[in-house]
Design a protein around this ligand. Structure first.
Ligand code: G3H
Ligand code: 13P
Ligand code: ZN
Length: 322
């Protein structure tokens, strides 16, 4: 099946009360693990590549891996640029066959964000590609920019931004954040076992935005739950991820039932992959063939993505819909 764009995926996800997972790809094992999980669960899926991923793997190699996935899979797959920083990066992906791009002008002023987003939308739409914009700033790392004080999306801005830019979907800030350390301990409470409990997402802001943009697809970045099982394995086998913390899965599930049609997940796969490698290396110190340790790591990617599809996104069995 050829690459699809996300228009139909989002329409059905909106109506059906589920969300599509957008999983970051950086190498062959990650692409294979995600696509195997989408196949296993019969779910549509978005493969997304950051500028860093294209630099690491090489844009041609990365695209080639996705093309290979299309040959062996039966589920709908979209290819999306994650956090496009400028027009040139978006243009290069549009020209190179991506079906969706994000232009991330969220760190710029409202007017500058509108101007750059509109420029990308005009070029993308002329080439049959859809565009995600962003309003509001997440904390954490966004493409080499380390944001220490995020700002929630202001619902008063969204109608003007969408109508003036023509974007197809909008990423908003309601308390999610990038990476494996989403909240500082002082932002959390602790339960009786001393485990950190993060603050709730701002569902009031999400609700207000969805009322102002009826039927419009909303995107959540920074939506890994930082699965404790993998953090524990990493720490058990020599890692040091003290106070790693993510978004509770029940909150993400609630978001997926609402206007949120796309949920971005990268850190949970990084943790699953690293846990698989660390565990294997510790148990089999005599191994040095990459296939020996990358095989369980790739299986971990498949397991975590299938878990997300079934328990967070609710997109299992929806491949047939698109
Ligand atoms: O939002 C950021 C994604 O996790 C991609 O991260 O720029 O390190 O590839 P990256
Ligand atoms: P996480 O770091 O929570 O996985 O978020 C990834 C992301 O938003 C990619 O754009
Ligand atoms: Zn992101």
């Amino acid at each position: 099946m050829p690459l699809v764009d996300t228009k139909e995926m989002f329409k059905r996800a909106y109506e059906g009360g589920y969300a599509i997972g957008a999983f970051n790809v950086n190498n062959m094992e990650i692409v294979q693990g995600i696509v195997a999980a989408a196949e296993e669960t019969q779910s549509p899926v978005i493969l997304q590549a950051s500028a860093g991923a294209r630099k690491y793997a090489g844009a041609e190699y990365l695209f080639g891996l996705v093309e290979s996935a299309l040959k062996v899979s039966t589920v709908p797959i979209a290819l999306h640029l994650d956090h496009g920083a400028d027009f040139e990066t978006c243009k290069s992906c549009i020209d190179g066959g991506f079906t969706s791009v994000m232009i991330d002008g969220s760190a710029q002023s409202f007017e500058a964000n509108i101007a750059i987003t509109k420029e990308v939308v005009e070029y993308a739409h002329a080439h049959g590609v859809v565009v995600e914009g962003e309003l509001g700033q997440l904390e954490g790392i966004e493409d080499d920019v380390n944001v220490t004080t995020g700002s929630y999306t202001d619902p008063d801005d969204v109608e003007e931004f969408v109508s003036r830019t023509g974007v197809d979907s909008l990423a908003i800030a309601i308390g999610t954040s990038h990476g494996a350390f989403k909240f500082r301990p002082e932002q959390c409470t602790r339960n009786e076992q001393g485990v950190l409990v993060p603050p709730d997402l701002r569902f009031d802001i999400l609700e207000e935005i969805s009322q102002r943009l009826p039927g419009f697809p909303i995107v959540l970045h920074g939506a890994s739950s930082v699965v404790p099982k993998y953090v524990e394995i990493i720490n058990h086998y020599g890692g040091n991820l003290k106070d790693a913390i993510g978004i509770p899965e029940d909150q993400l599930r609630k978001a997926a039932r609402s206007a949120v049609c796309k949920i971005n997940i990268d850190s949970d796969m990084r943790l699953a992959l690293t846990a698989g490698i660390r565990e294997h290396m510790a148990k089999y110190p005599e191994h040095f063939d990459p296939r020996q340790y990358l095989k369980p790591a790739r299986q971990n990617i498949q397991d975590i993505v299938a878990h997300k599809i079934r328990n967070v996104l609710g997109s299992d069995g929806k491949a047939i819909d698109v």
